[in-house]
Design a protein around this ligand. Structure first.
Ligand SMILES: Nc1ncnc2c1ncn2[C@@H]1O[C@H](COP(=O)(O)OP(=O)(O)OP(=O)(O)O)[C@@H](O)[C@H]1O
Length: 327
């Protein structure tokens, strides 16, 4: 399902530590390796503060990693800057929670949508109207919305404008950072359907960051679950409901009620608070909330073990399986 030829971005062992004071460091992202493939969706889920945005900011070049590297079509672009960074950004576009906040209130929708093309000198003034209409129709909005202002539109319509703007440069990858969190459930579904349709037509790679595992598991080809800066499980979106093994993923699933879930499995819940990222314990980061915690969990941090093909989990319960050095 994930062909090496379709690999677009390879993020290898990305770590980001922020120095807060002379002796205090906060590790927002710890040795995270994830890939983005053509025509595939990678969902990144986890609670607020687990490092999802930090990882993405590094992967798209908005932030330098403390260590690790990023390959784009096999080329190391970790140290890109200046014109090289600008050009690589053309291929990776981001959409945020409320793009309306980022839109200039005095700009018409057509100017908002075509701004990236203007910035890259890819459009003439007299082409703006027709290009804006074409892009609006692509995201299933009437072409006449080109003359509107973003504040005259609903949240779902503004999000469609955000998608049209992100697609204007025909990027290979789009990153959606909590883009449905502020929308009603019914509108969320229509935005997801639009994205999936655009993916099918344009073969784009989608990175979908969300705290909502119930939503992401419906369409992501692969899901990475993050906890306190670490990826604790990677598996196919389709199989999350039946095959998730990490106690944290299981606890997240516990809050989802879905007819496809396997209810014969033990239900796990999280009793204690998430530790401060400034005070991550030695050993497994999930130990103080885990009902299966063993002595080894307090002493050694588990690696991401492959527990079956295309399914990895960072949990000592599974360390009898082969440990993959490269993950
Ligand atoms: N520039 C920064 N300086 C210091 N700490 C930071 C900085 N950016 C992020 N952090 C910290 O890094 C951790 C991870 O933050 P991040 O925003 O990546 O998490 P997240 O999973 O995206 O959360 P959310 O869903 O709330 O955005 C948090 O503890 C956050 O406070």
């Amino acid at each position: 399902m994930f062909e090496p030829d379709d690999l677009i971005i390879e993020a290898r062992h990305l770590t980001k530590s922020y120095q807060l004071s002379r002796h205090r460091f906060l590790t927002a992202c710890d040795d995270v390796s994830l890939n983005f493939y053509k025509n595939r969706t990678l969902g990144i889920v986890g609670e607020s503060g687990c490092g999802k945005s930090t990882f993405i900011r590094m992967a798209v070049g908005l932030e330098k990693p403390t260590s690790g590297e990023i390959l784009f079509h096999g080329k190391n672009i970790t140290e890109r800057k200046g014109e090289e960074l600008r050009l690589s950004r053309r291929n990776i576009q981001m959409i945020f929670q409320d793009p309306g906040e980022a839109f200039h209130p005095r700009m018409k929708v057509k100017e908002i949508i075509c701004e990236p093309l203007i910035n890259f000198n890819l459009i003439k003034k007299n082409e703006i109207d027709s290009k804006a209409r074409e892009l609006l129709e692509m995201v299933e909005l009437p072409g006449s919305f080109a003359e509107r202002y973003a504040h005259d539109m609903s949240g779902g319509q503004r999000q469609r404008v955000g998608i049209a703007r992100a697609l204007a440069l025909e990027p290979e990858v789009i990153i959606c950072d909590e883009i449905t969190s502020a929308l009603d459930v019914s509108v969320q579904q229509t935005i997801v359907e639009l994205l999936l349709d655009l993916q099918k037509r344009k073969q784009i790679s989608i990175g979908f960051i969300s705290h909502d595992l119930a939503l992401v598991q419906q369409f992501a080809h692969q899901i990475a679950v993050m906890y306190l800066g670490n990826v604790v499980e990677i598996l196919s979106g389709k199989e999350v409901g039946t095959k998730a093994r990490h106690p944290y993923t299981q606890a997240l699933l516990n809050s989802i009620f879905d007819l496809n879930m396997d209810f014969s499995k033990e239900i796990v819940s999280m009793e204690s608070e998430i530790p401060s990222p400034l005070n991550i314990p030695d050993g497994c980061p999930f130990q103080n909330r885990c009902i299966h915690c063993m002595d080894i969990c307090r002493a050694e941090k588990p690696g991401l073990w492959e527990i079956e093909p295309d399914h990895l989990a960072a949990c000592h319960q599974f360390n009898r399986f082969n440990y993959r050095e490269d993950k």
